[in-house]
Design a protein around this ligand. Structure first.
Ligand code: TPP
Ligand code: MG
Length: 452
């Protein structure tokens, strides 16, 4: 203990390094003025606009990136930096924004007076900006809000991808611009994006890592949302109906699918049947493409899925969420391969009497990997077939409810029976592996690769 105190004391009395003597306020003012000037010209084709203030400043002052972003954070906290930005030209934007950092939004903030989700929605409404969500963060913006433009993750709407590419300005609020959000690094030019990019993120290491933003803001999503709340546009908001209509057209109706079970019909039924606060968790696999496209996460903290996309997350996450929120409906959605990794946690649900409902989507293959095999090495299948147990019988053997679904029409009654059982429940949904994504088939992928 004595040693600890001594070390702390030494830290406090340490002489400031030369970096500490920089005037962060003056630096920030200069950055903001430059940004404001550039924003005034957004939409014009002046090439010099692509100058990157953040990196240029760092180079001029020889400041390491981490140090500068730390300074910016401090300023952001003390003087609400965004209120200083003259945002007049934002009304010429055709596209904004990814939202992410879900775990950084606190439940009490979201339900209380200071509601970051609502602050961002109000900002988008005032300026007339379409908003999209990043991979597995769909619950951060109401999909039926008139500004919602869709989910920019795996299997994104091609019209949305084109819309983002053609934007004048993208404000990435709390999203990591990683492989998934950047659509395999095809969305933005590297290292300097073709449009203005403002990137707000709570981790200094992410800012400027791949893409050089015109303005990097080291801030939590909540602080950023609060700052946006103070901004007022100078012009009338742009219409956003086209972007929202594209989202609705893409997600509204179930699509045809080979075989007797149609996953988009199941998702459309679930979104009508489940209460808005129902929690859905999932792992990784192609089955999740139907969730991303057709399910609607209407409330905060309803989507539990990992942004790094690992398998086996769904069932344990559902057990945990049901323990935390016993009054809410909690579903785990899992592929067959996915379920086989951690499905034994069904025993934990039994042990603690947590009536989760597990949907196992069984196509008897590791679908995602088979899809890549057919795309890259058509016809050369390797180690992606699965021999599955009777999952419904397995759930019953654990002491829970189990039923098998082999036709779409069997799903709704089986789901209701699962709910009425009051037990941890599992629906074993057998579907045709040929329907590999909502929009294509395995054989179509194979023949396209063979013919190319
Ligand atoms: C822990 C882990 N291992 C491996 C992977 C790579 N991976 C991604 S999807 C997938 C197959 C998923 O198969 P399944 O759960 O049956 O879903 P499907 O694609 O058939 O719908 C694999 C192996 C991963 N994401 N996470
Ligand atoms: Mg599978």
């Amino acid at each position: 203990m004595a040693n600890l105190i001594k070390r702390e004391n030494r830290d406090v009395t340490r002489r400031p390094s030369p970096e500490h003597r920089l005037d962060p306020f003056r630096m920030m003012d200069a950055l903001i003025d430059r940004l404001a000037d550039e924003l005034e010209n957004v939409g014009s084709d002046a090439e010099q606009l692509s100058a990157n203030i953040f990196h240029q400043k760092m180079e001029e002052r020889r400041i390491p990136a981490k140090r500068l972003t730390a300074l910016l954070t401090r300023i952001g906290r003390t003087q609400s930096l965004l209120t200083k930005i003259r945002y007049s030209a934002v009304s010429t934007i055709r596209m904004l924004s990814f939202l992410s950092g879900a775990t950084r939004f606190q439940e009490n903030e979201v339900n209380g007076f200071r509601n970051p989700r609502a602050q961002i929605a109000r900002f988008a409404e005032r300026f007339g900006i379409p908003v999209c969500t990043s991979f597995r963060r769909a619950h951060l913006f109401d999909p039926l809000h008139p500004n919602y433009a869709g989910d920019l993750g795996l299997g994104a709407n091609a019209k949305l991808v084109a819309r983002v590419k053609a934007s004048d300005l993208v404000i990435a609020a709390g999203a990591r611009l990683n492989e998934l959000t950047s659509q395999g690094y095809t969305l933005f030019d590297i290292p300097v994006p073709q449009m203005k990019l403002v990137h707000a993120y709570p981790g200094a290491e992410e800012l400027g890592r791949v893409y050089r933003p015109h303005l990097a803001i080291h801030a939590t999503p909540s602080a950023f949302a609060a700052a946006l709340d103070g901004l007022q546009p100078r012009r009338a908001p742009l219409p956003v109906d086209a972007a929202h209509r594209e989202y609705l057209d893409w997600s509204e109706k179930a699509l045809p699918q080979p075989g007797a079970v149609n996953l988009s019909e199941i998702m459309v039924w679930l979104r009508g049947h489940l209460p808005a606060d129902a929690i859905l968790s999932n792992g990784a696999g192609n089955y999740s493409a139907w969730i991303h496209r057709f399910f609607r996460f209407r409330r905060f903290n309803t989507q539990m899925a990992t942004v790094c996309g690992f398998m086996g997350y769904g069932v344990p996450a559902a057990v945990a969420m049901k323990a935390l929120f016993p009054e809410r409906k909690v579903l785990a959605l899992a592929g067959d391969g996915d379920f086989l990794m951690t499905g034994q946690e069904f025993a934990t649900a039994m042990q603690y009497r947590l009536p989760i409902i597990v949907l196992v989507f069984d196509n008897a293959i590791l679908g995602t990997i088979r899809m890549h095999q057919e795309r890259e090495y058509p016809g050369r299948v390797s180690a992606t077939d699965l021999v599955n147990p009777d999952f419904a019988a397995m759930a019953r053997a654990f002491g829970g409810f189990g039923a098998t679904v082999e036709k779409t029409a069997e799903f709704a009654p089986a789901f209701r029976a699962a709910e009425e059982s009051g037990l941890p429940a599992l629906l074993h949904i057998k579907f045709d592996a040929e329907g590999i994504t909502p929009s294509t088939t395995l054989s179509a992928i194979r023949s396209k690769s063979l013919n190319s």
